[in-house]
Write a protein that binds this ligand. Structure first.
Ligand code: SAH
Ligand code: SF4
Ligand code: F3S
Length: 481
């Protein structure tokens, strides 16, 4: 699922001032023995300061947590502005043209910083995709590093200190980024955990197979070991990540299925919620729904991107399922003994999409009644098969289709959320408003609730909230006792 920074429909907006208690987090992490460099006496800030800005999906967010941990463990100190930093790192997204363009305009803003002696580095999907080209377009950049090479970052920085002008890390198929013993997680209650890297699906519009390389799964024993450590550190919600998380293929002799892994993670003492994203419809099998039915700690929310409601367009997208097969997956969830919230991603204006085919997508929304969706105008991307298809639809028409789709979904969400008024939900409190007595958090079905409570401290706790009002993107409520 993309993050809120990307433009999309149905984003759950929250106007609360979120507090991000970094102090608690750092305290916990420095208590981890694995901060060996700190133990060896590398004081915070001794090596310099870094500013890290992140764009893209949750996998990128989590990669930045790994990068930050790695640098902190080597004696760097994180700062809030590029001005205060000796090292400026930009973790980039390349999924649509606009995202990639933003990278170069942001790099333009950093041009002068090099003269001040700062090191500027590009990480993530644009780094992997553009490689050394970045040095041509922005000669003031001296470090380019893709997501499979983050382990090498400290060495790359040492090379720069030693006088090298430019360093690159452009592996695509190592498992090095799975090991996360120094990860500095941004959220002290919810821990992201990468269980599968890369993607083998080859959707015709998508850059991810190029930017993140082939699919590699992490061993179930290593995943479960880390979950146990996280639970001991106080994390109660674990979110398993992968571009196709449910294509997970355990490389150990145990050969755990994805559904077994979900159950095993939920069994770890201290874990109260297990989430997973993103699921690919072709690998979405009945045992996953059975695991959700069997184990209430596995959240009642599945993000199942459909991309289009037209089988012809799905074939052109190389999505490996038809509308009918997708609807069978939805029926499987609707038949479950526990209601399951379903969200999706949709691309409008794929090359050759007719008005009729677009309407098939609208009718799919009516049929499925999604709880939320993220929608995008098709954007042609380098190296992808759909680049050679004629993308003749005007931006205006793509924009019109996007607006029609978003309006339709807004109505669906308003009606669905209105039916929740009067109901009670368990909420993990993750935000505190500047306004007094106002808090926010998510239900297990990933609905955001803003609610009132007289309690003095609720962050990180689980509370019961009664819904008193509903909008298309969030709910309002009262702390129920
Ligand atoms: N792995 C996930 C999606 C990752 S990218 C999956 O298979 O569903 C997140 C979303 O960005 C995709 O679901 C798709 O809707 C959108 N997207 C990807 N490439 C795009 C492109 N070239 N143009 C517009 N949207 C795109
Ligand atoms: Fe891209 Fe398709 Fe892989 Fe998702 S499944 S990351 S859309 S290629
Ligand atoms: Fe994620 Fe963007 Fe890369 S969506 S995988 S950061 S291209």
């Amino acid at each position: 699922m993309p993050t809120a920074r990307q433009s999309r429909a149905g984003v759950i907006n929250c106007d609360l001032g979120m507090s991000k208690p970094f102090d608690i987090e750092l305290e916990r992490l420095t208590s981890q023995a694995s901060y060996s460099e700190i133990a060896r006496g590398v004081a915070a800030g001794q090596r310099g300061t870094f500013f890290l800005e992140t764009f893209g999906c949750q996998m990128n967010d989590h990669d930045s947590e790994k990068v930050a941990g790695l640098l902190l463990s080597r004696g760097y100190q994180q700062v809030e502005t590029p001005e205060a930093a000796s090292l400026i790192l930009y973790n980039t997204c390349s999924i649509r043209e606009k995202a990639a363009q933003k990278v170069f305009s942001r790099l333009g803003e950093y041009r002068e910083k090099q003269n001040e002696g700062k090191v500027i580095g590009v990480l993530g999907c644009v780094a992997q995709q553009e490689g050394e080209e970045i040095f041509e377009r922005a000669p003031w950049v001296s470090l380019v590093c893709g997501s499979a090479s983050y382990r090498k970052l400290p060495d790359m920085l040492t090379q720069l200190e030693a006088g090298n002008q430019r360093v690159t890390g452009l592996d695509t198929d190592t498992d090095a980024t799975f090991e996360t013993e120094v990860t500095r997680r941004d959220n002290p209650w919810r821990a992201y955990l990468t269980i599968i890297e890369g993607c083998d699906k080859a959707c015709s519009y998508c850059v991810v197979p190029f930017t993140r390389g082939p699919e590699r799964s992490r061993g179930s024993d290593s995943i479960l070991k880390e979950v146990r450590q996280l639970a001991e550190l106080g994390y109660s919600e674990v979110q398993l990540l992968g571009q196709t998380v449910n294509s997970y293929a355990d490389p150990t002799p145990r050969k755990m299925r994805f559904s077994e892994l979900l159950l095993a993670v939920a069994d770890v003492q201290g874990v109260r919620r297990v989430r997973f994203t993103t699921s690919h419809p072709s690998d979405f099998t009945p045992d996953i729904v059975e695991a959700i039915e069997e184990q209430p700690k596995i959240c009642d929310h599945v993000h199942l991107p459909v991309q289009s409601g037209s089988t012809r367009v799905l074939r052109a997208m190389q999505r490996t399922y038809s509308r009918e097969v997708y609807l069978e997956k939805i029926a499987m969830m609707r038949d479950a003994n526990r209601p399951i919230a379903i969200t999706t991603d949709i691309i409008v204006g794929f090359p050759g999409e007719t008005e009729f085919e677009f309407e098939e997508t609208l009718s799919l929304l009516d049929e499925v009644q999604y709880d939320n969706l993220f929608s995008f105008k098709y954007s042609p991307r380098p190296n992808t098969p759909s680049l050679s298809m004629s993308d003749s639809m005007s931006e205006e028409e793509k924009g019109r289709r996007l607006a029609v789709l978003q309006d339709r979904q807004r109505e669906i969400q308003s009606a669905k959320n209105a039916r929740l008024v009067g109901k009670r939900f368990e909420v993990l409190v993750s935000g505190k408003s500047r306004r007094e007595n106002q808090w926010s958090g998510y239900t297990t079905s990933h609905r955001m609730i803003n609610f009132a409570s007289q309690e003095r401290e609720l962050l990180g706790t689980y509370v019961q909230v009664r819904v008193t009002g509903a909008g298309p993107n969030s709910l309002l409520g009262d702390h129920a006792v």
